[in-house]
Design a binder for this molecule. Sequence first.
Ligand code: HMH
Length: 209
Amino acid sequence: MSTAATSCSELLERHREIWNDATEHPFLAGCKDGSVKANQFDTWLVQDYLFVLQFTKFVEGLASLAPKDHAEAISGGVAALHDELSWFQAKASERRLSLDASPLETTLQYQKFLADLSAQPYPVQAVGFWAIELVYNQAWGFQASKEYEEFAERWGNADFGKYVKLLEAQADSALKKASQEEKIEADRVFVDIAKLEVKFWNMAFETKQ
Ligand code: HMH
């Protein structure tokens, strides 16, 4: 049976189990205690760069679709994502990694999901955008071991948390005006994002030497 989303907090409550799997993962535990292997981390770094390339396009599309009073926060997000892409390039070069890599299967799947999400009505996209930012804010919200501190800080910091809260308020207001079909679609998108995030951590964690 399909369920309809009426608010972000309701989605988090209803899908707590899969959400926990998306925000707590052995890969992240490895960044916390330093036991993650360099090749596992490097897979995540390169693949996440490829993800963020597509995610930036998604958010650019969302900024042009959003109602006027929501567009400012989203455009701020676009600017931050452009900075983030440069930051990924700097981190990759420090680690002697080429970003001219092919997306692995899960990355391709997530990129395709984002392209499809771009064709959805605004409320569905607003919920997806919020969920994709929240998952990293929560997942990286720990004191990481020295080598990975900067990564956890990027998404786990309090200002990013405030930004995610604003996205939640925007998604909630969009949901209030959404049709029943859109609310059902928003629920499905939220669950799909949680599942894709789990697969993304798995992809990095399962890197072979
Ligand atoms: C896989 N999900 C993934 N990568 C990211 N950089 C974000 C979300 C951003 O929040």
